[in-house]
Design a protein around this ligand. Structure first.
Ligand code: FE2
Length: 309
């Protein structure tokens, strides 16, 4: 039986792909803590030993389907068409895992869902995937990577069944899968003529609005308590309106795979909460394996979510 061996929400902003000297200069003498956070996340990944890394890509917008990338291998040199002066010349060469992508489509079709595998050699890359492949050194670990899109014409509730189909396909496989939700929380950009409030560009006071900082911090506190149910309860009134990056497609699909409203995996912050162009960024790790061990001891299915009062 397959397993989700760990999960995380992870920042991917392009400032993190700049050279160390520039990052330290922009940080008023100290680097972004998200860089050290990538190192902390690498240690988690090495410990849980996944067979496959699934990345919920919050820039890969699709219309009509939740797409799952089913290519066998991707290689090339990445340039961002959003910020080509800032993010360019990034070489990449990593494996995919077509069998897992096809298994997700099969489960989704059984359920009348909208997950589909796509396999096209010219399908473009996006930096929420590429930046994590590089920063987490997934190529060096020779780990296959499967990207999942952010469908832009569905309601936020429909990201959850997409994640559920993914979770079920993993359960039916014999794979150890790591889930990475690549994206920010509140995603309101600062204007083109904006002046930093704090000289350290990464400082949280440079996030777009005080109410967005407050909202992000509340979501982070709920993640730390494992109260994903309360995040979902607040979604329509709060997080949908900020809004989170990709309407929250990265977090919501990951959460669907982890049990949705019944999920109680507690978050461990692996970095400071930081600004990037007004957006709120942090790495948060969700340890899934002790949860699975507890269920084993109780004789329950490894994937039966534990519901607490
Ligand atoms: Fe982004």
């Amino acid at each position: 039986m397959g397993k989700i061996v760990g999960a995380a929400i992870v920042s991917h902003h392009p400032g993190l792909m700049q050279c160390e000297e520039f990052r330290v200069y922009m940080g008023a003498g100290a680097d972004s803590d998200l860089i050290a956070g990538y190192g902390r996340l690498r240690k988690k990944i090495e410990a849980v030993k996944p067979d496959v890394v699934m990345i919920f890509d919050s820039h890969w917008f699709t219309t009509g389907y939740h797409l799952v990338d089913a290519g066998e291998r991707y290689s090339g040199t990445y340039i961002s068409d959003e910020m080509p002066w800032y993010l360019h010349g990034v070489p990449y060469d990593y494996r995919g895992h077509p069998e897992l992508a096809l298994a997700i489509e099969a489960v989704s079709r059984e359920r009348g869902g909208y997950n589909r595998a796509i396999r096209h050699p010219e399908l473009g890359r996006h930096y929420p995937t590429i930046n994590l492949v590089k920063q987490l050194r997934l190529e060096t670990m020779d780990l296959p990577v499967v990207a999942v899109s952010s469908c832009q014409n569905c309601d936020w509730e429909q990201f959850l069944p997409s994640g559920e189909a993914i979770g079920e396909a993993i359960r039916r496989s014999d794979l150890r899968v790591l889930l990475l939700a690549s994206g920010a929380l509140s995603h309101k950009f600062n204007g083109i003529d904006w002046k930093p409030r704090n000289p350290r560009i990464y400082h949280e006071s440079n996030v777009s609005r005080p109410e967005n900082i407050e909202s992000d911090k509340q979501a982070i506190a709920l993640m730390k308590e494992g109260r994903h149910d309360l995040i979902l309860e607040r979604w329509d009134e709060d997080y949908r309106r900020k809004p989170w990056e990709a309407f929250g497609a990265h977090y919501l699909q990951m959460l669907g795979a982890l049990g949705g409203t019944a999920c109680r995996f507690k978050g461990e912050t692996l970095s400071d909460y930081e600004n990037a162009r007004g957006t709120g960024n942090i790495h948060v790790w969700f340890e899934t394996q002790p949860h699975l061990d507890t269920q084993d001891a109780r004789g329950l299915s490894e994937y039966t979510p534990i519901v607490t009062a």
